[in-house]
Every structure is written in C-alpha cells, then in structure tokens.
Write a protein that binds this ligand. Structure first.
Ligand code: RP5
Length: 210
C-alpha cells in the first residue's frame, strides 16, 4: 500500500476502513462492544492490526454487503463477527466473502445467547462460520484463532501466539495451590490460625501424655 493511500477510506455508507488492518472486528450493535472489546484487546496484545465497526445485518444490510464484499481487497485476512439474538451477521458476512469468518455469539437477554449460538453455528453446508463460545470467552478465543490463522502466513504473529501460550501455561504452573490466590488468602490465614491452635493443642496433650 502506498504512503498516499494510508488515510482511512470512508465510503458513502460510512464504512470507515483501517488502512493496514488484517482483522476486521464487526458487531451488530453498540451494545455488543462490551462482549467484543476483549477480542480487540487480545488482537492489540498480539500486535495484530485490526479495525472495529458496527455493521448490522438487519439495520444496515447494504453496509454489511459493502463491508464483506470489499474486505479482501482492502487487505483484511480474517473477519470476526459478533452478534446476538437472531444473529445473522456472521453468516451473511461469510456469504459475501471467501475470507475466514469467526462468529462470536453475544449473550442475549431473553435466551442467554443460546439463540445467538444456534443462529451462528447452524449454517447450511457450503458457507461455514467458525463459531466460538458465547460471550467474552468466545471473543477472546476468536482473536486467538485469528492469530493462529494469520500465523500461517505471518511468522511473527505465530510467534506472538506461541509466546502468549507459554506465558499462560507458566502462569498456571506458577500457582499450583488454588488456596494461595488472593481471594482465599483470608481463609488461608484463618486456616493457618486454626492449624496453629490445633498444633499447639496436640503439642500440649502430647506433652501431657509423655
Ligand atoms: C443484534 O441485536 C445485535 O448484535 C445485538 O446483540 C442485538 C441487540 O441489539 P440492540 O437492540 O442492543 O442494539 O443485532
């Protein structure tokens, strides 16, 4: 991409494009941002250029078509699409591009996201959407899966992912005792006080019997 062409492109439908984004994170509503923000945070943490946009399958269908059909030409390599309820955004996006589309079911108020999950996962044969878990776990994993996909072509992204996984493993191995976490520290202290009393009782009775 030339230096001249680094300004965000704004179409007549206001689809603002990040000039170097490899991942497009789209969502059906502003209300989905809370769920999708961890995906954007994880992409930032992995050093993956991305853009975030509200694109609604139902409220802005023309924008959805424009975004999905133009993403490949703009250099986007993976699309993460989050939506809730009758969640048609990931599937419709997938129908307009051959880029991999990762769907994040947003937890809906009425059905706790089961509606979103089924709407995204139950695609007809021929148009796949890689469907993640409901809510923030799914959003985080969508970014990690995007990193794995991008890592095939971009070795530095694969190494970022490897580093993330190593750090995560070491963090878990570093605290093998669940009672040592901050939440259970008070219990631990109480337990240790109790143990001390018990120990001194035993010592006393042991002393008596000897
Ligand atoms: C879907 O409808 C969106 O993805 C969102 O999860 C849900 C509710 O949208 P709002 O009514 O909060 O804008 O299209």
């Amino acid at each position: 991409m030339s230096a001249k062409n680094t300004k965000p492109h704004v179409s007549r439908n206001h689809a603002v494009a990040h000039p170097h984004a490899l991942v497009g994170v789209i969502m059906g509503s502003q209300s989905d941002w809370e769920t999708l923000e961890p995906a954007a945070d994880m992409l930032s943490q992995m050093g993956i250029p991305h853009e975030t946009r509200i694109v609604s399958a139902h409220r802005t269908p023309d924008l959805l078509f424009e975004y999905a059909s133009g993403a490949e030409d703009r250099g986007i390599e993976v699309i993460i699409a989050g939506a809730g309820g009758a969640a048609h955004l990931p599937g419709m996006t997938a129908s307009k591009t051959v880029l991999p589309v990762l769907g994040v079911p947003v937890e809906s108020k009425a059905l706790k996201g089961l509606d979103s999950l089924l709407s995204i996962a139950q695609m007809p044969g021929g148009i796949p959407v890689g469907t993640l878990a409901i809510g923030k776990s799914g959003a985080i994993n969508s970014a990690l899966l995007a990193a794995a996909i991008l890592g095939i072509k971009h070795p530095h992204i694969r190494e970022s992912l490897r580093k993330f996984r190593e750090t995560q493993t070491n963090r878990v191995l570093g605290v093998p005792d669940p009672s040592a976490t901050s939440q259970s520290k008070s219990k631990f202290r109480a337990g240790s006080h109790f143990s001390k009393r018990l120990y001194s009782k035993r010592k006393t009775s042991a002393g008596k019997s000897s």
